[in-house]
Ligand binder design. Structure first.
Ligand code: DC
Length: 196
């Protein structure tokens, strides 16, 4: 059986936590597609060459979760040829036997428009910056907020596959929601679609 859960939304909205929880609960494989762009961004050199030659070990680099890697990812993600080079891998992953959860920016709109479940997870920029700032444990909140806003602008305003909800995505605003409540809501939606 293949069953795809597409989870999109801006940085630090809770996509990763929700995706991992759903993958665990339903026994699905999980792909954090941001890691692909981060790996291309930090590899240096020609981003298109990096995207075409991306290897599994590139996704295991310890520095992929840094703010700098996120910045670099957002920049290379605006290059249409880079996005095109990463499509086949993501689509194959999505249709694998046993079910898959993919989280990113364009999963429900471009990569898997046929996904059985589409969620758009969001939260206010202030709340996302606060969460990111606490997670990083250093620096200044205002700087993190400025970075979150800059990344949102770049991800939503790019011409190719901009961040936006699919017409049939279920919106999940986690600004005032605990992560447990958000996971419970997402799990309810998936269970209903699976007929459980
Ligand atoms: O989810 P993340 O913070 O790891 O993503 C890093 C950047 O990669 C994000 O700012 C935009 C880009 N990205 C994308 O364009 N499409 C995706 N499916 C995933 C990430």
């Amino acid at each position: 059986m293949s069953f795809t859960i597409a989870i999109d939304g801006p940085a630090a909205a809770g996509k990763g936590t929700i995706s991992r929880a759903l993958a665990q609960e339903f026994g699905f494989a999980h792909l954090d597609t941001g890691l692909l762009y981060r790996a291309v961004g930090v590899k240096g050199g020609d981003p298109l060459k990096a995207a075409k030659t991306l290897a599994p070990e590139d996704l295991n680099r310890a520095d992929l979760r840094s703010m700098e890697a996120g910045e670099a990812a957002s920049r290379v993600a605006a290059i249409p040829e880079v996005r095109a080079a990463l499509i086949a891998f993501q689509r194959d992953f999505a249709r694998r036997e046993g079910g898959a959860v993919l989280d990113g920016r364009d999963i429900g709109t471009v990569i898997c428009p046929e996904a059985e479940v589409k969620l758009f997870v969001t939260a206010s920029p202030e709340m996302r910056a606060r969460r990111r700032w606490k997670e990083v444990g250093q620096g200044c909140y205002e700087d993190v907020l400025a970075q979150v806003r800059a990344r949102d602008a770049r991800d939503t305003e790019r011409a190719d596959a901009p961040l936006r909800p699919a017409a049939d995505a279920v919106m999940l605003d986690t600004t005032e929601m605990s992560i447990d409540a958000a996971v419970a809501k997402a799990s309810e939606i998936v269970s209903a679609r699976l007929g459980r």
